[in-house]
Ligand binder design. Structure first.
Ligand code: FAD
Length: 491
């Protein structure tokens, strides 16, 4: 690296790791400071009594964004990181006993929706076609570039996309659009649920979020060999081969500025000099804790936050043929569920339950004859709720719901148990209130106008990760790293 200019990345979440790789590829000498003893942020894993659990994300889409990082370094991704495309997106269940397996093939999915729910195939296919259309329009404008520099708007693809903006359906809610498209309340609920992929409320979020099904049905859902945790593991190894230094157990204390430029990062009382600093810490934590000398964008910081989550990791002494990798058990009253989450700010009394079983794809994740259950319900972000009581009640409700859906008492089958909840998510990742995706996208403006990836106040300061543009979830965090580092000048 010799005389390469130093850059510091604060946080080894997926956005920070990707930014470090991209800066190293540009020729910077990169140090990543991570507060935790481990890398990966929300993308972490653990083992418990012979069961392996991915603690955070379980749905992997847009794997080409991970591959791109290997290609940037001149490596073949297949030598280091592999994945399989899923034939089946999710198995859905409703309280009335209806079961629908969503094939990844749109035609098959639409046929199943017709057979099981009585929805004409053409209606389901039209919703998927609309998702594809919105993706075609929005990806150029909102997802792949900085919205905060004029050059973005001076490109033909962007101008064409802007001309087509009326087609993205930004003025009505996702629920209203879905309900207008199909009559069956169960299929509406299935398509409404996509708002939760970025922690939002389908009864308030713009119908533009109807783009999300395209990620699963158009581009595909995947399972990484070795599980989700392989994503940060393979990328950290790549970064290290490129010379990136990772310092774990090293919380950054302050972003040091001189005049209007960054000068470095204070860690363990010493200043690490840097001409480029990338913060992968949550936006609120970055301004409040690391940049007290800079005026914070209070309006953005005060915006409504996305949902958080309550996850039970259960080692289960049995196998369930009827379950797949991704399973959803819907609530009976979806509107009331979101009223609980966003207005009453409590865990819904009848929550929709997500069950992920990675041992379906990777049998070594559980002992023979057993399964590793990741059982998640959405929760509000932490604002001082009586969590211990709420969690105890929810545990009983979830067990009741799963036991009746699967026709067998589940509690006696639990061999190991661990719990993740909003307070712990906040503590372990700096995310405000444990919100999983930064600000909620519950208004058209909030959905698209997130904090820019480059600071307008401090030269040399950049932002990546789920709390800034273009948003939360692995693909968008990877995208934020690309947008941010494209704005960084060569060393
Ligand atoms: P984060 O993962 O938020 O990490 C930030 C890192 O910065 C942390 O390691 C933290 O310790 C570190 N840090 C903070 N402050 C400092 C400091 N001062 N000094 C040093 N280090 C610091 N996404 C999907 O795509 N699919 C899913 O299925 C999915 N499911 C999810 C389920 C759960 C339970 C959770 C928790 C999240 C899920 N997500 C999912 C969201 C996804 O995990 C996140 O959007 C993404 O991982 C966030 O990455 P990030 O780059 O913002 O960094």
């Amino acid at each position: 690296m010799g005389s390469a200019r130093p850059a510091v990345v604060i946080g080894a979440g997926i956005g920070g790791i990707a930014a470090a790789i991209r800066l190293a590829a540009k020729g910077y000498a990169v140090t990543v400071l991570e507060a935790n003893p481990y890398v990966g942020g929300k993308l972490t894993a653990f083992t418990d009594g012979g069961y392996r659990f991915d603690a955070g994300p379980s749905l992997f889409t847009a794997p080409e964004k991970v591959d791109a990082l290997f290609c940037l370094a001149g490596e073949n991704p297949r030598d280091h990181f592999n994945y399989r495309r899923l034939d089946e997106v999710c198995r859905y269940g409703w309280p009335d006993g209806t079961r629908l397996t969503a094939s990844a093939d749109p035609q098959q999915f639409a046929r199943a929706a017709q057979d099981v729910l009585g929805v004409p195939q053409a209606k389901t296919l039209a919703l998927l076609a609309k998702a594809k259309r919105i993706y075609g329009i929005t990806s150029h404008v909102f997802l792949e570039r900085s919205l905060h520099r004029w050059q973005t708007y001076a490109r033909w693809p962007t101008l064409l996309s802007i001309l087509r903006l009326p087609q993205i359906d930004g003025l009505r809610t996702l629920h209203r659009a879905n309900a207008a498209a199909v009559a069956d309340a169960r299929l509406v609920q299935l398509f409404d649920r996509y708002a939760t992929y970025n922690g939002s409320n389908p009864y308030r979020a713009p119908a533009t979020l109807g783009v999300i099904p395209h990620l699963e049905f158009g581009q595909g859902a995947y399972f990484p060999d070795g599980g989700m945790h392989q994503i940060p593991m393979a990328l950290v190894a790549l970064a290290q081969r490129m010379g990136v230094q990772f310092r774990t157990d090293s919380p950054a204390e302050q972003i040091v500025t001189e005049g209007r430029s960054v000068a470095g990062v204070r860690v363990a009382g010493e200043v690490l000099p840097a001409s480029v600093v990338v913060s992968n810490a949550d936006l609120v934590a970055t301004y409040r804790n690391l940049l007290p000398q800079v005026q914070a964008p209070e309006g953005l910081l005060a915006q409504e936050k996305s949902t958080s989550g309550l996850i039970f990791y259960w080692g289960i002494r049995a196998q369930f043929e009827a379950m797949g990798l991704h399973n959803i058990f819907f609530s009976g009253d979806y509107r009331s569920e979101f009223e609980d989450l966003f207005r009453r700010k409590t865990i819904p009394t009848d929550p929709t339950v997500y069950l992920n079983i990675s041992s379906k794809y990777q049998p070594t994740d559980a002992p023979p004859g057993c399964e590793n259950w990741f059982v998640m319900v959405n929760t509000p972000h932490d604002s001082g709720q009586p969590w211990d009581t709420l969690i105890a009640h929810t545990r009983q409700r979830v067990l009741g719901k799963l036991s009746s859906a699967l026709g067998r008492p589940i509690e006696p089958l639990i061999a190991t148990e661990a719990v993740l909840e909003p307070r712990l998510i906040a503590q372990r990742t700096s995310s405000y209130g444990g919100a999983l995706y930064g600000n909620a996208s519950n208004t058209p403006l909030a959905a698209f106008l997130r904090h820019p990836n480059r600071s307008g106040r401090v030269r040399g300061l950049y932002f990546v990760g789920g709390s800034v543009h273009p948003g939360g979830g692995i693909p968008l965090c990877l995208q934020s790293a690309q947008i941010a580092t494209d704005l960084v000048p060569g060393p």
